[in-house]
Design a protein around this ligand. Structure first.
Ligand code: UDP
Length: 463
């Protein structure tokens, strides 16, 4: 990292802090007639940027996960509350229509930037100019002032948003979702660190954004601590859960019957992208400890792993299956490819407990979704999980990643058949606090604050 830093002079990146940079003067080379207008009070139409992964992709494998679900649900709710959303994403097959209506008021725009297939997320920085060009072409086809604001997701999109927002004379709101410095500080053993170029890119976006949105107060603190983000421009908005889809429904027994699972089984579920960061290996090691200690549990344990390889997990896609075999529990662990959210809700309902031993987690949507379905959660006390899970009430939080600690928590469920129901009822109540309508309302307030600040600065550009 050091040679990057010396060439970039990171200290200059901080020059915007404290005092905001002057807005480009209308006679500036980025001449923009919009800068003469006072601008709207609330965002009527937002350009949402999701360069590396489409809201139309199936989450739970590859690059598609919580952020995809976040963008879909947030956009739907924003549109329902009166803010239209256009989501720009990179086209990944030639068969895609240029635009797809995701919901009333939500349009997905596919941008050609590089070959459709074969590019990994790590190769996308080289396509950001092409992507930005595509976004600019769409914009050029509209009347001035068509987009009121840019909301970018993940650092790659932040770089596109940086330029687009300045050219259009509108605020840039950015959500990191994950941060390189935070991930690198909590790497699983042997996992690959995020590159220095990403740290630099994230630092630039923190300087450029009018507002940053963090999932939790802890994440806001990390933005301030690791990236020197201005606290007064960093807002906390808890992500939501689709409470119509994720609900207890007709209960555990019916869900088990639909999935063909044994009614009397103890079912600790892992759901999500399979990669070292999510530590599904800790669940497997904990299960191995449980059956070593009490071999009779072999007859009762059913351990589903729902999801597909992702990130550094792609290097060893069979790694978890091999681990299950080495631990002597291959017959207990059942791997399932990622499923749509309706079926995922049944997996949550069917489980005795959802297990999430992640090393780092911006929020942990699956923890909130499982609880909304009436299923308690055993999770590592990292990132957003202490917000998503109420320790001792809706599940158990565990410090660290010692499989013995997870085995101890799981033993409570195998020893007490009523525990899943009792904690599950509290979990469903806890999850009711995470509706997307509230998340969208808070996000719209962040937009309004960014627009208001811009109006104020346009009136007194040197103030
Ligand atoms: N998911 C899904 N199908 C699957 C597994 C996961 O739709 O088979 C979704 C799940 O509903 C959740 C998201 O993937 O919304 C994972 O989000 P989370 O925040 O837990 O993890 P991330 O992927 O952001 O690291």
């Amino acid at each position: 990292m050091s040679h990057y830093v010396s060439r970039l002079d990171v200290s200059r990146l901080g020059q915007w802090r404290g005092a905001r940079p002057a807005l480009p003067h209308p006679t500036h080379s980025l001449r923009n007639p919009l800068l003469r207008l006072p601008g709207p009070r609330r965002a009527r139409r937002v350009a949402m940027l999701s360069v590396h992964t489409s809201p139309l992709h199936q989450p739970g494998t590859g690059d598609a996960g919580g952020m995809n679900v976040y963008i879909v649900e947030l956009a739907r709710q924003l549109a329902a509350q009166g803010t239209e959303v256009e989501i720009f994403t990179r086209a990944t097959t030639g068969a895609l229509a240029p635009t797809v209506e995701l919901a009333p008021g939500v349009l997905v725009r596919h941008i050609d930037a590089g070959p459709y297939e074969g590019l990994s997320k790590e190769e996308l920085p080289a396509q950001l100019c092409a992507f930005t060009h595509g976004v600019m072409q769409v914009w050029a086809g509209h009347r001035p002032g068509y987009y009121d604001l840019v909301h970018s997701h993940y650092w790659l999109s932040g770089h596109v948003g940086w330029l687009a927002a300045q050219r259009w004379g509108v605020p840039l709101v950015h959500a990191m979702h994950t941060m390189a410095k935070v991930k690198n500080a909590a790497l699983a053993e042997g996992d690959t660190p995020e590159p220095a170029a990403r740290v630099i890119g994230e630092t630039q976006i923190v300087c450029a954004a009018d507002r940053l949105i963090a999932n939790t107060a802890e994440e806001a603190g990390e933005l301030v601590h690791h990236y020197d983000a201005p606290a007064d421009r960093t807002a906390v908005v808890h992500p939501g859960v689709n409470l119509d889809r994720f609900r207890p429904g007709d209960g555990r027994a019916a869900a088990r019957a639909r999935l063909g699972l044994p009614q009397d089984a103890v079912i600790p579920l892992f759901a999500g992208r399979i990669q070292p960061l999510k530590a599904p290996d800790v669940l497997l090691r904990a299960v191995a400890l449980l059956v070593d200690e009490d071999p009779s549990l072999r007859r009762r344990l059913f351990v589903p792993v729902v999801g597909g390889p992702s990130g550094s997990g792609l290097a060893k896609p069979e790694g978890l299956q091999k681990l299950a075999a080495r631990l002597g529990i291959a017959d207990l662990v059942h791997f399932r490819p990622p499923v749509g959210q309706e079926q995922l809700a049944d997996w949550y309902r069917a489980a005795s407990v959802l297990v999430m031993p992640s090393h780092s987690e911006s929020f942990g949507l699956v923890a909130a979704e499982a609880q909304a379905c009436g299923t308690p959660v055993v999770a590592a006390a990292v990132g957003g999980l202490p917000v998503a899970v109420r320790d001792g009430v809706s599940g158990y939080l565990i410090a660290g990643h010692d499989p013995a600690e997870y085995a101890r928590a799981l033993r409570r469920f195998s020893a007490d058949p009523g525990l899943a129901e009792r904690l599950g009822s509290a979990a469903a109540r806890h999850a009711e606090g995470f509706g997307w309508d509230a998340a969208a309302q808070s996000t719209a307030e962040v937009y309004a604050a960014a627009l208001q600040e811009r109006r104020r600065r346009l009136r007194s550009p040197h103030g």
